[in-house]
Design a protein around this ligand. Structure first.
Ligand SMILES: Cc1ncc(COP(=O)(O)O)c(C=O)c1O
Length: 457
């Protein structure tokens, strides 16, 4: 007996369709005949059109087929007939909730240009968009052209669209690179402290990882020279995590090292355009004359971390190798996202958006700095500031860090420590500022200072 409720908001044909579908899945065999439209209508007091609509939906979805002189017969629907062997009651994953979250990598959801994005979607995604095809492995050419223009102008990167490979985030680009280079290199030198994901990706591809210290000039080139390595990962324009900028003299030395050793430099330039004090310094890739730099950038720090779009620029001499390895691969970034981003850039929205974000971040950075000074005074030292999405601090007094962490958890204040993403000994607390509006930031820093003083010994 089917339950059809004439007073429910759900249309009658949908109710009937749901009941029939359940019945077919649970009780019918292939070739079984369904009741005629007239019979079903009269049993449940439904109009002919209502029953016809329910049957047509089942036909469209392949559950039944209409045969002349036979009526509606059940089709082979083996995909839906599996009896689940696991309990499908979806238990929600436990998510910790925070009242104050000093997130140093995510962006505020309010800054994503959603109206423009939706407008571009409506304008450019339509029946002509080939959503049946796999997207170009290297990324859509038109998007690559826009990215090439942008990094050329904003970061001094010398490249053409054919050198760019679009990926779904830094790690994806690094994965690809690790596979590409594994016949030529077996060791990766990385900055210490440095971004743990860079090391982890290459480690998982069996590269030996060698750490090179950094000082106020960035990676220590004399130390690098002593290592038996020809491949190095650096963040020269805004060292992660210390914030150091590698001066031009050292950039040339690093390039010389690469030339002398038939080496390669991986330049991670993830947030270098977000400089609030100085003009952003041009990329290392832009100084390179002999194809010694692979450049990686991302849209995560100023547009959206959830879109998952990064780009990698390969030197010309690696392109054949790339095409040999990846000729049959498909892009990891959905076509729709690529098309909209291309139009977003081409129509000038990206430039406007970026200026707006940088101005907004600059103000938030200034506010965070003044709030930290006001609330924590000389009990803390600023270790890195002036760029990116966070200010890094350390205590100058005795703070019991374990106690601070416990208090933070109790008060639902989410803190971020450099050690978690860098390994090693160097540690700071990363005070992310872009996620807050001004009022939220004031309260958040006040609450943080309360637990800070409680953790003081
Ligand atoms: C130094 C560094 N490089 C790269 C990235 C990753 O960017 P993506 O969002 O493209 O994976 C991050 C993320 O925080 C980062 O800190």
């Amino acid at each position: 007996m089917y339950i059809i409720n004439q007073t429910m908001k759900t249309p009658l044909h949908i109710q009937l369709y749901e009941e029939l579908k359940k019945d077919i899945i649970e009780n019918y065999k292939v070739g079984d005949k369904l009741p005629s439209i007239r019979k079903l209508g009269s049993i449940y007091n439904l109009s002919r059109t209502t029953v016809e609509n329910a049957y047509s939906q089942l036909v469209v979805e392949g559950y039944i087929e209409s045969y002349p002189r036979k009526g509606y017969l059940v089709e082979d629907i083996n995909v839906s007939t599996f009896k689940p062997k696991i309990n499908l009651d979806n238990k929600k994953e436990k998510k910790e909730t925070w009242i104050y979250d000093f997130n140093p990598i995510g962006l505020s959801k309010n800054t994503f240009p959603i109206k423009v994005w939706k407008r571009l979607f409506n304008k450019y995604i339509d029946e002509k968009t080939d959503l049946g095809a796999y997207p170009n492995g290297q990324g859509e050419e038109n998007l690559r052209i826009e990215i090439a223009k942008y990094i050329n102008k904003a970061r001094g990167v010398n490249c053409n669209a054919h050198q760019i490979i679009i990926g779904c985030g830094f790690t994806n680009s690094m994965e690809l690179l690790a596979k590409l280079l594994d016949e030529k290199y077996d060791t990766l030198s990385i900055e210490n402290p440095g971004y743990i994901m860079a090391a982890n990706t290459f480690k998982s591809h069996k590269y030996e990882i060698k750490k090179v210290s950094i000082d106020k000039q960035g990676i220590k080139i004399d130390e690098l020279e002593k290592q038996d390595s020809r491949l190095v990962y650096v963040t020269p324009s805004h060292q992660y995590p210390t914030g150091v900028t590698m001066p031009i003299s050292n950039r040339y030395k690093l390039l010389e090292w690469a030339e002398k050793n038939d080496g390669l430099i991986i330049e991670d330039d993830c947030d270098s355009e977000l400089n609030y004090v100085n003009r952003p310094i041009p990329s290392l890739q832009g100084l390179d004359k002999s194809g010694r730099v692979v450049y990686i950038g991302t849209f995560s720090k100023s547009l959206s971390a959830s879109l998952r779009i990064s780009y990698m620029v390969l030197p010309e001499h690696l392109l054949d190798l790339y095409h040999n390895h990846y000729a049959k691969s498909f892009s990891t970034v959905p076509l729709m996202v690529q098309i909209i981003l291309e139009k977003f850039m081409k129509e000038g929205h990206w430039e406007r958006h970026f200026r707006r974000i940088r101005t907004m971040n600059r103000k938030k950075h200034k506010l965070m700095k003044s709030l930290l000074i006001k609330n924590l005074g000389s009990s803390m030292k600023i270790e890195a500031e002036g760029a990116g999405l966070s200010i890094l601090i350390n205590p100058t007094v005795n703070i019991n860090i374990e106690k601070l962490k416990k208090l933070a958890k109790k008060e639902k204040i989410k803190l971020y420590f450099t050690k978690d993403t860098c390994g090693g000994d160097w540690d700071t607390i990363r005070m992310g500022f872009v996620i807050f509006n001004e009022d939220e930031m004031k309260v958040a820093v006040e609450q943080f200072s309360t637990i800070w003083y409680k953790a003081m010994e």
